[in-house]
Design a protein around this ligand. Structure first.
Ligand code: AQP
Length: 331
């Protein structure tokens, strides 16, 4: 089984990215052929600084290795090093409905937040994401819940391409974690924890110090009650229960029973401590990996070579099916 997922080198990664995506990448190495990509081309669809993008890509590479990606057991690379992604995105655009792209929540949210330019790249972002996944004839895409709409769109794109030009692509399935598929902002628990939205106090970064983590959980917004239980009118507490379940491996029902008489203060401290322990090994490994930039570059370059061998073959098949170029000899 082939597993593919991409993650943007934008800002510092947070607990939502970690639980929703990164942990699944690491587990995927045991379950199948994992292919993981730092999607730097996606990061250019909103305002950004070129010099920072390169640095952020190294930061993210070090973080993913610290989290447990092992280049011997998976293919790990940077998207812009494999030009087939961009070529395939153009080809897939011809079978993507404009109306479908207009319905994408992420485009609506992010375009509303742009101050200067709403780029066409932000609009066609899901087509590039479809190309990332389809280029590897991927069976499964581990992502957080916020990506469901993009996954549905790429499945439609694959089916439409196969229907129009012949069977070239595998139609992929999204894989969402059972617990922690949508971690919410600690200060605004009705919106997801996010890199570009939300306040500093509401977002827990993977590399935050134990003290910062403790402070953020202690000041997390809850309701005026005192029961530790999940309910639609208790989004703050429900989110904290889910975070504790995801980081400690304890079922949510058990957590509710365990903290039945404890009150919010003790509960918040318990969640903070679980998160601190959960993230500690990543923080410990990160520094040394990050210092070795040539080493990171080597890992990414070797990964790109492996990825390219697969993507080039798929793109050659797509070109042939679409009537592009000479009849033979694309490979
Ligand atoms: N709050 C979340 N809970 C669970 N999973 C989440 N993901 C994102 N937020 C949550 C998952 O993380 C992966 C990487 O997402 P990305 O490449 O889009 O990186 P990002 O820019 O850091 O994503 P954000 O935080 O969602 O930032 P915004 O919205 O500001 O761009 C994906 O698998 C995603 O589902």
């Amino acid at each position: 089984m082939r597993i593919f997922s991409g993650i943007q080198p934008t800002g510092s990664k947070h607990l939502g990215n970690y639980i929703g995506a990164i942990v699944q990448y690491v587990a995927g190495q045991e379950r199948g052929e994992g292919i993981y990509c730092i999607v730097d081309l996606h990061a250019t669809t909103v305002a950004y600084e070129p010099a920072e993008l390169r640095v952020d890509s190294y930061d993210l590479a070090a973080l993913l290795l610290a989290a447990g990606l092992d280049p011997k057991r998976c293919t790990f690379f940077r998207q812009s090093d494999v030009p087939e992604h961009a070529e395939l995105a153009w080809m897939l655009a011809s079978v993507t409905a404009y109306g479908d792209l207009q319905r994408m929540h992420q485009f609506k949210d992010k375009s509303a937040r742009q101050r200067e330019l709403v780029s066409a790249g932000l609009f066609t972002y899901p087509v590039l994401m479809a190309a990332d996944v389809l280029a590897y004839r991927t069976d499964e895409v581990p992502v957080g819940d916020d990506q469901r709409q993009h996954i549905e769109l790429m499945r439609d794109v694959a089916e439409r391409f196969n229907g129009r030009f012949g069977e070239v692509f595998v139609v992929p399935e999204g894989r969402y974690p059972q617990v922690g598929a949508r971690i919410m902002d600690l200060q605004e628990p009705d919106r997801k924890m996010s890199t570009t939205g939300g306040s500093e106090a509401g977002v827990v970064h993977v590399l935050d110090t134990p003290n910062e983590i403790l402070k953020k959980f202690r000041s997390a917004v809850t309701d005026s009650g005192s029961d530790v239980r999940r309910a639609t009118d208790k989004p703050g507490i429900s989110n904290l229960i889910e975070i504790l379940a995801a980081t400690s491996g304890t079922p949510m029902e058990e957590i509710e029973q365990q903290f039945v008489d404890s009150g919010y203060g003790a509960f918040k401290t318990a969640v903070a401590e679980a998160v601190i322990d959960y993230l500690a090994p990543v923080r410990e490994r990160y520094g040394e990996l990050r210092r070795d930039e040539p080493g990171l570059e080597l890992v990414l370059a070797e990964g790109a070579e492996k990825a390219r061998a697969i993507a080039a073959e798929t793109v050659a098949d797509a070109r042939r099916a679409m009537g592009l170029g000479p009849v033979r000899a694309h490979r």
